[in-house]
Ligand binder design. Structure first.
Ligand SMILES: [Zn+2]
Length: 93
């Protein structure tokens, strides 16, 4: 159990930590060519992530061009599993 925790920690350390709020609304993955992509949780569009891992174009998609994201929503508030979970809990009660 604790071994898993350690490997997880070192992996996070060597990788760059994702601090941008865009990652609340994007899921990191890989395309068939092995390039890193970020899939929008709203419209499921796969956006390429550059080697410098810049997030400005990802942010722009969420704020300006995503067809399914609610307009005017603050960045990072648009989704994530937590929101879905909370809604599900409310339904159960
Ligand atoms: Zn989108």
């Amino acid at each position: 159990m604790s071994e898993d925790g350690y490997s997880e920690y070192s992996r996070q350390k060597s990788k760059r930590k994702k601090t941008s709020k865009v990652w609340h609304e994007l899921v990191e993955g890989q395309n068939e060519k092995g390039a890193t992509i970020a899939t929008c949780i709203h419209c499921k569009l796969a956006l390429l992530v550059g080697l410098n891992r810049g997030t400005s174009h990802l942010k722009r998609h969420l704020i300006e061009s995503c067809p399914l994201r609610p307009v005017g929503l603050p960045l990072g508030e648009g989704g994530g599993v937590l929101v879905v979970e909370r809604r599900r809990n409310l339904c159960l009660i």
